[in-house]
Write a protein that binds this ligand. Structure first.
Ligand code: SF4
Length: 276
């Protein structure tokens, strides 16, 4: 590996995911650190929800910025072919590596970079971020004490509001078929974007031959999940869990605050670059 180029100016980069935190960070940095010559980057799997693309377009217009889209040509389908049809999973997470981290690292090369990360002051996670030695992460929300309520305030005051998918109960941005989705989120995808649920289903292969079955949820193909009796069971279990969480967390539950989103412990397993 080549050494970082010492005499080149340090680049300041904000990776946007289309999620609420990285979006709010873009707005916050414009207000609090207007002197920064920020580059805005979105690593596109080409499998995001259209509403995520629209939200990013609105952010571009609001701040009058240009968001660099990486992977514009070789998205998820290209890499799926390279990986022989093997769907990614928490254990085999080639998608984050090939579609998120590598394009970002290639884009910045060996120059020194300060990477602005939207982890909030009320979060205690490090996540799945690049560890290249020339990249120094910085956490402005933590420095400035911006918590969940602070992020909501920034988004509301800007007029941009929340990413649209949060309103129908999807907890994060990223590919519409992301395997980190909880069964309830798959149900919501089916109810709100049936065409994308169908598209996700087409990627699955169910075979009696060992090692030839590829499904997004281990042991439950989407063709099974979409059956009314399965959906009823998922909704029942979800509601029971929601009530249990409500009892345990009282008013502090993020899940409660946002109307039934998944808990932070669950979403924190996912990659920050995809979902902040
Ligand atoms: S959103 Fe999910 S499926 Fe898409 S790249 Fe990230 S981890 Fe992979």
């Amino acid at each position: 590996m080549t050494e970082p180029v010492e005499n080149m100016p340090v680049r300041h980069i904000l990776c946007l995911s289309g999620g609420k935190d990285s979006t709010a960070l873009a707005i916050h940095l414009r207000r609090t650190r207007p002197h920064l010559n920020l580059e805005y980057v979105f690593t596109d799997t080409l499998k995001e929800l259209q509403e995520t693309y629209d939200y990013l377009n609105r952010l571009e217009a609001l701040l009058n910025i240009k968001i660099v889209r990486l992977n514009a040509k070789a998205g998820f389908d290209h890499w799926l072919t390279v990986f022989g049809g093997l769907l990614p999973s928490p254990q085999m997470r080639w998608c984050t590596k090939m579609l998120k981290l590598k394009p970002f690292e290639d884009y910045i090369g060996d120059q020194k970079v300060i990477s602005y990360v939207g982890i909030r002051a009320d979060e205690n996670r490090t996540g799945y971020i690049s560890t290249k030695p020339n990249i120094t992460p910085t956490f402005p929300f933590k420095e400035d004490g911006i918590d969940y309520a602070g992020v909501m305030k920034i988004l509301n005051e800007s007029g941009l509001g929340l990413p649209p998918y949060l309103k129908w109960g999807r907890s994060h941005s990223g590919c519409f078929f992301c395997f980190f989705q909880q069964p309830m989120e798959w149900v919501r995808l089916l109810e709100n974007h049936p065409e994308q649920f169908e598209e996700a289903m087409k990627y699955e292969k169910v075979s009696s031959e060992p090692g030839k079955t590829f499904t997004w949820i281990q042991g439950m193909p989407l063709s099974e999940l979409r059956k009314p009796e399965t959906i009823a069971g998922i909704k029942k279990r979800y509601e029971e869990r929601r009530l249990r969480l409500k009892k345990q967390r009282g008013n502090k539950s993020l899940a409660e605050t946002l109307g039934g989103l998944e808990s932070e412990e669950e979403t924190s397993r996912a990659c920050l670059i995809c979902q902040l």
